[in-house]
Design a protein around this ligand. Structure first.
Ligand code: ADP
Ligand code: MG
Length: 311
């Protein structure tokens, strides 16, 4: 008797166990897929492969194949939910390899497309915007549209491309809307982006300072493959937010040459002025200039005019 058989017998020490063991073996050897596998691989299999592999083979014959025996992914009956075992040979013995089942694959795919646009505090209309909806009723709106279209194209075709847009203009002209439209065009082509409404993001970061989440949030934002900071300049900025949050994010993105977009009510010059005066009224032109240098490195400025669409 080979060792595994002896161990099993010793463990059980009863006829009932022997009965169940024999029943299990009968089911396994009577299974057409197992029979076929042993037939096809008899050369590679060790003489004791069947006895050694009983537990694994039993799992295999009772699995749900192609989700046929499961009501849904949550109700998956397989030992490893969402995965189907496949018989393989390891050093002459039976082993199992696990592959995602069809439902798990569909589920993962859906999750992936859902997360293609991540956002924080961005209104729904912005998240649903498309470039086709952007009205072309003035020369500079046409220019923004053309630049957006062109950039999307480049970002899709050239993984090295990093220059984003700095879209500036009056309140309500549709700057955020166009960011959403760009994110949606990218999504259609499987490129992920992260849109942040900057003033709220800063508030959240300030609140996270005391807890563990601060650095993981910073990491997610600074490393996101395409980042869009909406409404920069609308926040009331402390030196800490400017240097430790905005500065850190921009430094990383500049060094790594990662595509970054901004919208702002200010142009470059106006934003530099805004960044110069911290909440406490201190004047810090050098720090502001350093931030602007990074923003300019990362973007092409474009002005957007038109009527205020919020009225
Ligand atoms: P901004 O960011 O410049 O202040 P928004 O992008 O928030 O402006 O746009 C203001 C309002 O106008 C929003 O309600 C938005 O949905 C709407 N809007 C902007 N552009 C368009 C457009 N091309 N078509 C339809 N609605 C638009
Ligand atoms: Mg806006």
């Amino acid at each position: 008797m080979d060792p595994i058989n002896r161990t099993l017998k010793k463990l059980a020490g009863s006829d009932r166990f022997q009965e169940r063991y024999n029943e299990m073996k009968k089911q396994i050897t009577g299974n057409p897929e197992v029979q076929q596998f042993f037939e096809q691989h008899k050369e590679e299999l060790a003489p004791n492969a069947l006895d050694q592999g009983m537990i694994k083979l039993y799992e295999f014959i009772n699995r749900s194949s192609s989700c046929k025996s499961c009501p849904n992914l949550e109700g998956c009956i397989n030992t490893m939910a969402g995965y189907e075992p496949k018989i393989i040979i390891q050093s002459g013995l039976i082993d199992l390899e696990y592959h995602r089942c069809p439902r798990k694959m569909a589920h993962d795919e859906q999750r992936r497309t859902e997360t293609l646009i991540q956002s924080m505090y961005v209104p729904k209309d912005v998240l649903r915007a498309t470039l086709d909806d952007v009205d072309l009723d003035s020369a500079d709106r046409m220019q923004v549209h053309e630049m957006a279209d062109d950039l999307v194209d480049r970002l899709i075709k050239d993984p090295e491309h990093y220059k984003g847009l700095f879209i500036h203009g009056e309140f309500g002209v549709g700057k955020s809307y166009i960011l959403g439209a760009i994110a949606n065009e990218l999504k259609k082509n499987n490129r992920a982006s992260f849109i942040l409404y900057f003033p709220e993001f800063l508030r959240e970061m300030k609140q996270s300072l005391g807890d563990q989440s601060f650095s993981s949030k910073m990491d997610a934002v600074k490393k996101s493959s395409i980042l869009m900071l909406d409404d920069i300049g609308a926040e009331s900025l402390s030196s800490w937010a400017r240097d430790e949050v905005l500065g850190t994010i921009l430094q990383y993105r500049m060094a790594e040459e990662l595509p970054t977009f901004f919208t702002s009510n200010f142009d470059y010059k106006g934003l530099e002025h805004h960044l110069t005066y911290s909440q406490r009224g201190e004047e810090e032109p050098i720090k502001a200039a350093r931030i602007m240098e990074r923003i300019k490195f990362l973007t092409i400025p474009v002005h957007m005019s038109g009527k205020n669409r919020r009225n």
